[in-house]
Design a protein around this ligand. Structure first.
Ligand code: PLP
Length: 487
């Protein structure tokens, strides 16, 4: 919005902008979002700041430096096409900005950033050796495009891994390697539904999935999540027309609940009766403590309605950008063709290294070690919350994953708590960020996997101070609809 106003001339060169605090109040958004937006526009050269004097619209716009002339016929067309492009991609226009200043380098690895694995435990030396070996032995293989569905030996390794570990039933050919789950969701949305069709998502739910589905032109329909996972009983009326439903059955993101067997069977039945697809995102199911992992929904499906999505972002690391789709046999060629059209396939050396990493048993042993480590970190986090903060935070008994959801007292606004925590160096994502409709209570998503016990207890103390301080000045929850787009 600010960029547009500058480009269109309604915010003139040299004009001083209001302070981030005033602008946030005026727009009804979190101050962090305004700070992030200012930082972005400063980096792009639209704004300049003068210590003590404030932030101003720059005198020479980047477009002028790049010789784009907004006044000319060609230039004004470029401008409107640019704003249309920005609108088309939902996560760029601010709606999917996190309420936390995640670009702030101080918070990049801060406790309790969710989704981070134990960084000092990553098998990076071994990974480096495998990459080097496959670079050397595969020059002929790497020089030409391979199967867009992925390297056959990696697909085989994944098929046998998910069969044994997750109860997924498939042949290796049904595994399609993707650049993480994000590409898998994007690919499935574009192959399985037409723009304008409805896609059901969990509310609260994973922002990445929502962004990908909306970017594919689908109309996202939020459905509530209860203690037994997605409220399948609410899939009635107009929701019958939905083309697909995105779910995280093994460990609902972010609440951490598990889709009950009754709900699983009902969902499979619903999909079969309504000719719809189920996207099963099994992102961190490897980490289940205490009880045996729950088999995947895909293994229960007798009607080939489930598209299974897995990722190596949690069991290894997110920048690896390797994940996979497991698709029904009759859709295999279509998905492979789509992969070829969209981007040809995933990087080959990494696929070869990963195939060996799995086949040699390194993945299984890494998961075993991390499971024990994360179990200990989880019990320290949950134990400390229950013992020392039981009156201000409530956690559910989720025996899985790499984060826990801590519920706040009903009168506290989770975005405000999150902002206060960020100032204290604690990264606590507010539940409202993941919610389309107002949650009955605010909460914080607290990742524990990456943090040593001493860090967990110290940072919980810091968080406790923030919550107790805010509790004494009661701030009420602000509906999301009032948070407008500003970038
Ligand atoms: C629900 C869910 N699915 C998938 C992922 C991983 O996405 P990707 O494989 O694209 O890194 C995440 C990461 O936080 C997640 O929370």
């Amino acid at each position: 919005m600010i960029r547009q106003a500058i480009l269109l001339g309604s915010l003139r060169k040299g004009v001083r902008l209001p302070s981030t605090r005033c602008l946030a109040t005026e727009l009804g958004v979190s101050r962090n979002i305004v700070v992030m937006t200012f930082e972005q526009l400063l980096a792009e050269g639209y704004l300049q700041s003068q210590t003590g004097a404030g932030t101003f619209v720059t005198n020479t716009l980047p477009e002028e430096v790049l010789q784009v002339h907004p006044g000319s016929v060609k230039g004004s067309r470029t401008l409107s096409e640019r704003s249309k492009a920005i609108k088309r991609v939902p996560h760029l226009n601010g709606r999917f900005c996190c309420a936390i200043p995640s670009m702030d380098p101080k918070l990049r690895y801060a406790p309790f950033r969710y989704g981070l694995p134990a960084l000092d435990e990553l098998p990076l030396d071994l990974w480096g050796r495998l990459l080097a070996r496959h670079c050397r032995i595969a020059p002929a293989e790497v020089a030409v495009h391979g199967d867009p569905g992925g390297l056959p030996r990696l697909r085989e390794a994944i098929a046998s891994y998910v069969g044994a570990a997750r109860g997924v039933r498939c042949r290796a050919e049904q595994v399609i390697i993707t650049n993480g789950s994000q590409q898998a969701i994007d690919l499935a949305a574009r192959v399985l539904a037409d723009p304008g069709e409805a896609a059901i998502i969990e509310d609260p739910g994973y922002i990445g999935a929502r962004a990908a589905l909306e970017a594919a032109g689908l109309k996202v329909v939020p459905v509530r999540v209860g203690r037994d996972g997605l409220r399948v009983d609410l899939l009635t009326g107009k929701q019958r027309r939905a083309k697909l439903v995105y779910v995280t059955p093994s460990h609902q993101f972010p609440l951490g609940v598990v889709l009950s067997l009754a709900n699983r069977l009902q969902l499979l039945d619903w999909a079969a009766r309504n000719d719809a697809w189920i996207l099963e995102d099994d992102f961190d199911s490897e980490y289940r403590y205490g009880s045996k992992p729950i088999p995947a929904l895909q293994g229960l499906d007798g009607n080939c309605r489930v598209i299974y999505i897995g990722t190596f972002s949690k069991v290894l690391f997110a920048t690896l950008r390797l994940g996979y789709l497991i698709v029904p046999e009759d859709l295999l060629d279509t998905f492979v063709a789509a992969r070829w059209v969209f981007d040809r396939g995933s990087p080959l050396v990494e696929q070869a290294a990963l195939a060996e990493f799995i086949a040699e048993g390194h993945l299984a042993s890494h998961i075993r070690r991390m499971r024990a480590l994360y179990m200990e970190r989880r019990s320290i986090m949950i134990g400390t919350i229950r013992e020392d903060m039981g009156d201000i935070l409530e956690t559910w008994d989720s025996e899985a994953g790499m984060h826990t959801l801590a519920w706040l007292p009903p009168h506290l606004d989770d975005s405000r708590v999150s902002e206060g925590a960020a100032k204290a160096g604690v990264y606590a994502m507010p539940l409202s960020t993941f919610s389309i409709r107002r949650p009955s209570r605010g909460g914080l998503v607290l990742g524990y996997a990456a943090f040593k016990p001493s860090v967990i207890t110290k940072s919980l103390k810091d968080l406790e101070c923030v919550i107790r301080q805010l509790s004494s000045t009661i701030v009420r929850w602000r509906p999301k609809s009032t948070r407008r787009l500003i970038a």
